[in-house]
Structure formats: C-alpha cells, structure tokens
Design a protein. Structure first.
Length: 643
C-alpha cells in the first residue's frame, strides 16, 4: 500500500517539474517507465526498512502464540508515524526538486536553525500549498486504511484463537517467519551484488531529470545525512578560506569570473592553429607507480611496453597523483580538482556538478564513454559520471558472467577487447569521441590469467607484467585502426602503490606516477616540470587547441610551471618539490621535513625553507574546500535546469 502512495508522489513530481526533454528522449515512454521502475525499487528499500522491526516482533509473537490487541494497535501507530514522515518528505521533495533540480537531501537540516524564516518561506509561497495538502491527504487516507487493516487482521486472530503449537507447527512458523524476515532484509540491501543499493543505481540514461526521478526522497535524505556524518566529509580547516582563495589567485595568476568562481578564467584558443577535433583515449592504469617502471629505476623489467611508450612519447618525469585511491585519481584527472584527505568527492546522495574534460569535450561535440571492469555503482561512478559529462558507461553489468574473475569484475585484456569494437563503431560515425578505460588487474586480489606466461615467480610482479601485456595488445590492435592517426592517447596511473621499503611516512612510490601522451604530430620528449593529475585537463586541452572556460586547479604543463605538487594520503598532506618533501598531519598538526634525491630521503630541520611549500599546499586545498562547499565547480553560472 505504501508503494502505491510513493508512486503517486513520484507521478506528481514528474508532472509538476518544469523540464523540457531533449530530442530523442521526449515522448519515449518506455524510457520514462524505467525511472518509475527504479523508483519502485528504491521505495521498496525504504518500505523494507520500516517493515523490519514489526515483522520480527510479529514473528516472535507468532512463535509464542501471542495475538493481543495492543500488538496490532502498536503496529498501526508505528506504521502511521513512520510513513507519515515519509509522505511529508516526499511532499516536500516536489517543491525542493523544482527549485534545486535534485532530490531532497540533508541540506534542509541547515534550515532548522532559521525556523521562522523557513516557515515564512513555506507558508508564504502559494505554490507550496498544493503539495502540503497532498501530503496531509496522503497521511489521512493511509492512516484510515492502516487502521482498517489492523482491525481486519486482529479479527482474524479471534476466528482462529491463539494456542500452543505442536512441534511441527512451531517449526513451520519459525521457517516461514525466517524466510519472510530474510526477504525483508534482502529488500533492505536492495540487490544481490557485492555492494548494497546506492543512489548510483537510479542513474540509467543521459537525461538528468529521469536519472533523478527514480531516487526515493526518503532514501536520499537519510543517505545524505549518513554521508555528512562520515569523518572524511567534515570540513577541512587549514587556514582562513578568504586568505586561501587570495593566495591561489596569486599563485595561479587568476582573477576569477563573477558568477562562476574566484579561479575561473577564459583560456583562448591559439588563433594561428585550427583546433584538432581528435579522438582522445585515456587509459587510467590501476596502481601504476613510476617505481614499477625501468625508466624510473626498477630492475625487474616488469613494464617493457609502457617503458617503450615513455621513451618515445610526450612523457612527464615528475608527475604525481592527487591521492592514493582510484576515485581520487579519476576525480582529479578528469575534473582538475585536488583530492582532500580520505574524502571520496564522487560519492554521496547529492551528485555535485563539475566542469572537466568530459563536460568541455561534450560541449565541443564529442561523444564520451567510460569503461570499467567492475560494477558501475562502485564508488558511485555511474551516477557521478553520467551527471558530469559521460554519455555511455560500460561496466560489469555489460559483460558475460563467465568473464568475471573476482569481486572487481573482468580482467584488463577483456576490458580492452570489449572496448575496441565500441570505439570502432563510434569512429565510423564521424563524431569525435572521448573514452576513458579504467584498468584493475594491479589491485588485490590479483588474478593472473592462465593464458599469460610471466617471467617473474612473484604474484605481485606477475600481475604488473600482465597489465603491461594487456596494454601492449590493445595499443597494437588500435594502431591498425584507421582512426588511430586521429587520436591522442594518454596513459597515467590512478595512483601508485608501495614498491620496496618505505622511505618515510608517505612512501614516494604511492604518488609518483607516469604520464604518457602520444599520437600523430605530438613531439616525443620528456618534460621534467613538476605536475599532477589536476594538470591533465588543461595540458590535454592545450594540445587539442581548444578555447574554453577553465574552472579548476590545473595548469598547462607545456606552457606554465608550478614550484611544487601537493597530494593527500588519507590522514596526511604531502608536498613535493624538486629536492624537498614536506608532510603534515592535520589531526595532530605534526610536521615532517625531508630532503630528497631520487628515492633517498634525509630528515631536515630548517622550517623556513619548507614554509613556502606548506603555504602553497594549504592554500590550494583550502581553496578547493571553499569552492566545493560553495558549489563553485562549474564553468558557467549556475542556473535552474530546464530553463
């Protein structure tokens, strides 16, 4: 019964929202219906949460033959109170969504501090009256039916009075109750996959409205409140925000654009060069530390192919990841924002909007694809990427079940095999494409395929050899394609990994990663300028020759220089210079200073020569915190969707 009521709220939201569907989607009722089916899925999760407690209580009561009137009355009150809250939230979601174009979330709790103002806003706006009346009407009707049902089922117990069960009957009651309670808890989990249901599961197409219609308002509100309570999502406080912004404007020579952000700037296209509408293929290599490569001193020859690319491409020798997690590597590389401590900026019930490579290239007419090996909702990737510029997501849900080798899905070489015909198809369309392929093999649990024959006897080295082999096969096949000459290829690590003995509290191999760019007309050379994942976007767009509005923290490494690169590693902040390393622990305010030479580190005592490194990193990270909190992450003034 509750699912029917939630469906009515969703239908009202669908009809009442001022939104114009684009061509190709308008009138596609089959596509619309998927949003409602996914909404039913999420509503069922909410209903199962609410049902779990009374279901267990009635199960236990049934085992003891208890069927008193107070039990049924208590259940009635329980359902009426909780579902009334759910209906109030669902009703409030309609005007909230129409104003913010996103499901109701924990941001509403900020209004509780201004009760008078909030009440004036609600009761002072006539358009809100209908949704208020709808919510009240739903509560009244629902309460009436709950009381009727409660009376009906209690009367049934009078027809068949409670009595002591025989052993066989008790076993039957226990078994039936266990099955029903088990199904309820399965409903709470929402799915049979490795991960329970997340907001990402509602996202299934390219239309932002349909993707959000399926999100249950109650689920969104509760999930976002839990997300906010996580320690890693608490605000970072390194220095005053206004000081940080001013410092970054000076350090990056930015003046900001009103209505966008204090860092936004217009990057003009080179008037002497015609922008190249080349395809772009990025291979984001799992745990590819520079320390695994012979080019950086590894003596085991684990990556002969990647090493050969490094020597004959536009390569960067002092390039660093923003963090030590894959989500941070994707976020920084594609959207030019730094990682902040443990935080997963992509994860959450409220999907933020960013400008970045996918959105800018989409504006230039590109078709954007993301290929991953695992489930699409892992790290909220499906929802985040569909919201922020990607047209197509390919994941474990698309691959044959017999190709799945572990909890992270398929192996690297199958990912490449699957992606190649998709890229072929898009190349034949004549529309330029942007594609990201995220590998996984160099991540435990390691699975070395039987058909690959490594030289090393150590599994940790065999898997690196295999990852290199898989990339070799893919690039070899790609170079046979007619579209290869019109494509820029990019290889970089999502982050590094521990290689050898740690030199200090933040092992250098964790964040030092390769960046390799190659393609026709790209001059091979090794660039020693220091840089990081946030710099990929402006550097790549510079090679393509596009003009655009930049609203991130990166620089074009072929035209600009930065003195240091900063990164975070869960509980610490690190800053790398050409011969220095500074480490800071925000929780304890402990500082560590080192001189570096290659992978050798030597403790340093002089605070003064490290102070500029500290100010540089603190300013960048605090400025990022300010911009994210203020939702200044787009490259255009924020406006209401549908207008």
């Amino acid at each position: 019964m509750a699912l029917v009521f939630f469906f009515i709220f969703r239908m009202v939201l669908f009809v009442a929202t001022d939104y114009s569907f684009p061509k190709g989607i308008a009138g596609d009722y089959g596509l619309y219906s998927v949003a409602f089916l996914r909404g039913l899925w999420f509503d069922n999760v909410v209903a199962c949460y609410i049902s779990a407690l009374p279901l267990v209580v009635f199960w236990v009561a049934g085992l003891f033959g208890c069927a008193s009137k107070w039990l049924y009355r208590s259940a009635s009150v329980y359902f009426i109170v909780l579902y009334s809250l759910g209906f109030i939230i669902s009703a409030a979601n309609i005007p909230y969504f129409n104003y913010f174009f996103k499901p109701i979330n924990s941001s509403i709790f900020n209004w509780f501090d201004y009760a008078g103002t909030t009440a004036g806003m609600v009761f002072g706006e006539a358009s809100y009256y209908l949704t208020l009346l709808l919510g009240i009407a739903m509560i009244v009707v629902f309460s009436y039916f709950v009381c009727k049902l409660s009376k009906l089922f209690y009367n049934l117990t009078l027809v068949t009075p409670a009595r002591a069960w025989t052993r066989r009957q008790a076993v039957a009651v226990f078994a039936v109750g266990a099955v029903v309670v088990g199904l309820c808890f399965f409903g709470i989990r929402g799915r049979a996959g490795r991960n329970p249901i997340r907001i990402s599961q509602a996202y299934y197409c390219t239309d932002p409205f349909l993707n959000q219609v399926g999100v249950a308002p109650v689920f969104s509100l509760m999930r976002s409140a839990l997300d906010d309570s996580r320690k890693e999502n608490q605000e970072l406080r390194l220095m005053p925000g206004d000081k940080a912004v001013a410092n970054v404007q000076r350090l990056l020579s930015r003046h900001g654009i009103d209505g966008i952000s204090p860092l936004a700037r217009v990057v003009k296209a080179d008037s002497t060069v015609t922008p190249a509408r080349k395809n772009v293929v990025i291979i984001l290599m799992e745990s590819m530390s520079a320390s695994l490569m012979q080019s950086f001193g590894n003596k085991h020859n684990l990556t002969p192919f990647v090493d050969s690319l490094y020597k004959h491409s536009l390569s960067f020798s002092n390039f660093y990841s923003s963090g030590i997690h894959t989500n941070q590597g994707m976020y920084s590389s594609l959207y030019s924002f730094p990682a902040v401590m443990k935080r997963n900026a992509m994860k959450g019930s409220v999907i933020p909007l960013y400008s970045g490579l996918p959105t800018i290239l989409k504006e230039k007419g590109y078709r954007n694809m993301f290929f991953m090996t695992h489930e699409s909702q892992y790290d909220n990737m499906n929802a985040f990427f569909r919201t922020n510029g990607f047209d197509e997501i390919y994941s474990q849900e698309n691959y044959p079940a017999d190709k799945v080798v572990n909890g992270f899905g398929v192996s690297d070489d199958y990912l490449f095999q699957y992606a190649l015909p998709v890229l072929d198809r898009h190349a034949k369309s004549g529309q330029p494409f942007f594609s990201v392929l995220l590998t996984i093999s160099n991540h435990p649990p390691y699975v070395v395929p039987d058909y690959f024959h490594p030289r090393s006897s150590k599994t940790e080295e065999q898997i690196v050899e295999y990852a290199d082999w898989a990339i070799r096969n893919f690039i070899t096949e790609v170079k046979k394609k007619p579209w290869a000459d019109n494509t820029i290829f990019v290889l970089l690590g999502d982050h590094g990994k521990l290689v050898g003995t740690p030199e200090c509290e933040s092992p250098l191999s964790y964040n030092h990663i390769p960046l390799i760019i190659f393609g026709k007309d790209i001059e091979p050379r090794i660039v020693d300028n220091i840089g990081g994942q946030v710099d990929l976007m402006p550097t790549l767009l510079g090679l393509l020759g596009f003009g655009y509005v930049q609203n991130g923290f990166g620089i074009d490494l072929l035209k600009e220089k930065r003195p240091y690169m900063y990164f975070t590693s869960d509980n610490l902040i690190g800053v790398r210079g050409s011969s220095r390393l500074y480490i800071y622990f925000p929780a304890t305010r402990q500082e560590l200073r080192y001189f570096t030479k290659g992978r050798q580190v030597k403790p340093a005592q002089d605070d003064m020569i490290f102070r500029d490194m500290k100010d540089y990193a603190f300013s960048m990270l605090q400025c990022a915190e300010v911009m994210v909190r203020n939702q200044q992450t787009l490259n255009y003034p924020k406006k209401k969707a549908g207008h």
